[in-house]
Design a protein around this ligand. Structure first.
Ligand code: FE
Length: 286
């Protein structure tokens, strides 16, 4: 067993997104453009409605998957496939934008804590223009495992013998939400072929003797297992891993393709109301 070490530590950068929502970005910043197959990681966490109330009105995506994990709060999702779904504390949503989706993500609360993560996962070139798809996972669909003073929610992949309900078939992604007690230890075997990161969002921890500060993303180097040890106040973090696609990435805002021409096509399709093939006249709430 070789222990994975931290190769890069990326401090989250505040970014205004949607109609004026403050998110904290790590993957998708100048310091870390991508971590193949991951294109973007936004953490949102605020109990100030001014940071989230404007929400994310209708906007397009093409060429990748969005995986949203809601820790606290309530959002309503509506999309051009005709889906309407509630995202509540502890629930998750996997949306394959592929050839094109227009959707909105709007807060259903006027106060209180809104907290979670949105991860963008790339699609292989052969699937970028395939049909979009959408799946929602209620809080109780995500298994909770208690082990050695740790509480692990398994969103994707396996923790011990427990399998998470979300499957990202191209990247075999692993996505765990781990809560450790004071000085608790978490050990996980990890396929050496997967790119992986850890993001601490409560307390603090160390990984292979290196500090994992809160609200920073730690990129993990080569190895077949990792060990995280919580600090005195405990720690809560996400561990995410996925198989790299090793394809060119050309990204422009909400479109991620493999060539410049495909990006231009995405803009033209959006402008001409052709991004969404099935329901070109769709407007959320209409
Ligand atoms: Fe979106």
């Amino acid at each position: 067993m070789t222990t994975r070490r931290i190769t890069q530590l990326i401090k989250a950068q505040p970014v205004r997104e949607g109609a004026g929502v403050t998110v904290h970005r790590t993957i998708g910043t100048p310091a870390l453009r991508h971590l193949d197959p991951f294109l973007m990681l936004d953490h949102f966490s605020s109990d100030d409605p001014d940071d989230y109330i404007a929400g994310f009105p209708d906007h397009p995506h093409r060429g990748f998957v969005t995986l949203t994990y809601m820790l606290n709060g309530h959002m309503l999702h509506q999309d051009s496939m005709g889906n309407r779904g509630d995202l509540r504390s502890g629930g998750a949503q996997w949306m394959k934008a592929a050839s094109g989706v227009i959707h909105s993500e709007m807060p259903q609360q006027t106060d209180g804590l809104m907290r979670g993560f949105q991860l963008w996962i790339n699609l292989p070139a052969r699937e970028k223009m395939s049909d979009p798809a959408y799946q929602e996972f209620a809080p109780d669909a995500i298994p909770n495992v208690e082990h050695d003073g740790a509480r692990i929610r398994v969103l994707c992949g396996n923790y011990r013998d427990v399998r998470g309900p979300i499957d990202d078939p191209n990247t075999h992604a692993l996505y765990l939400d781990v809560a450790l007690e004071s000085e608790g230890r978490f050990v996980q075997a990890l396929d050496p072929d997967l790119n992986a990161f850890v993001y601490v969002f409560e307390g603090s921890a160390t990984l292979a003797d290196t500090a994992l500060p809160q609200h920073s993303l730690a990129v993990l180097g080569a190895g077949s297992e990792l060990q995280v040890i919580a600090g005195k106040d405990g720690a809560r973090f996400i561990l995410v891993a996925g198989r790299p696609l090793r394809e060119p990435i050309v990204q422009y805002g909400p479109f991620v393709m493999t060539t410049r021409e495909e990006i231009e096509q995405a803009f033209a399709d959006f402008r001409d109301n052709r991004l969404v093939r099935a329901k070109a006249h769709w407007i959320s709430g209409a």
